[in-house]
Design a protein around this ligand. Sequence first.
Ligand code: MG
Length: 306
Amino acid sequence: VSKKPSEFKLISLISKELPLPAERVELGIGDDAAVLKPARGHALLCSDAMVEGVHFDLNYATPEDIGHKALAACLSDLAAMNGRPVGIVVSLALPQDRAAKFLDGFYKGARAIAQSCGCDIVGGDLSSSPNEIFIDVACYGETDHPISRSGAKPGDLVAVSGTLGGSSAGFKSLSGGYDTSDSLKQKHLRPQPRFDLVGTPEFAVACTSLIDISDGLASELSHLAEKSRVGFEIQSANIPLHDEATLHDGLYGGEDYELLATFMPGASIPDGFTVLGRVTDSGLTMVHADGERETLQPQGFDHFSS
Ligand SMILES: [Mg+2]
């Protein structure tokens, strides 16, 4: 018995309902490799892995949800470089007896988010796995102006997009088997990479450092602080929490896939961002409404922490 489902099966799964290739994709799925037109500006490449039982659970997520989220998590890293996606390759390993049930929904969710972000799935691979499902997504993108984690300067403003904590609150509710609001389900199962907020010349001029929130606000602030060799002082009352999330969800819950950015002093803060505070010389400080100062611990969701 072949360890690999037929390549034709994979191609038909990925190609189903696929529109004409995006203009940058000269040749998509079905050959030995995809052919993409070379980038103007800078090429971006990133990948993201998801494992059943660690990152997702079919008890409360559908295969379609998982296809969406696996791509969203990877695409968000391109948004966090001020980039645009062009092509995605998706590889899966899964038990053969569960393949038929899983793959159709998975690729339906994956194709839909790829299309909504303006890119294509241009390749991938399928393999059998003894028990769990493994997913590996790699994204290729481009940008005229990459924005790294290392450009924040003392005096800059720090701001976050959207609301925080909804994914964490959704995870707790769904995994606990509670009745969960549609809003929390969306936040946890269908996060949206924030390409709508990046990519303009004005953004590139104003923004000095950028990261996406995959591990929680406190953890991402510490990543920016480390790479930029700066500190942060934020006001707890300014953190835009999802209305069903706690401050703890917002600070330490992951997977919101919003953007955390620093902006030059005096720059107009782009729509969609909320200013949290400012960049300092060192330390991670949160100031409460009553003036009490708290040192933030950069604990986020770390898969290797325990
Ligand atoms: Mg990231």
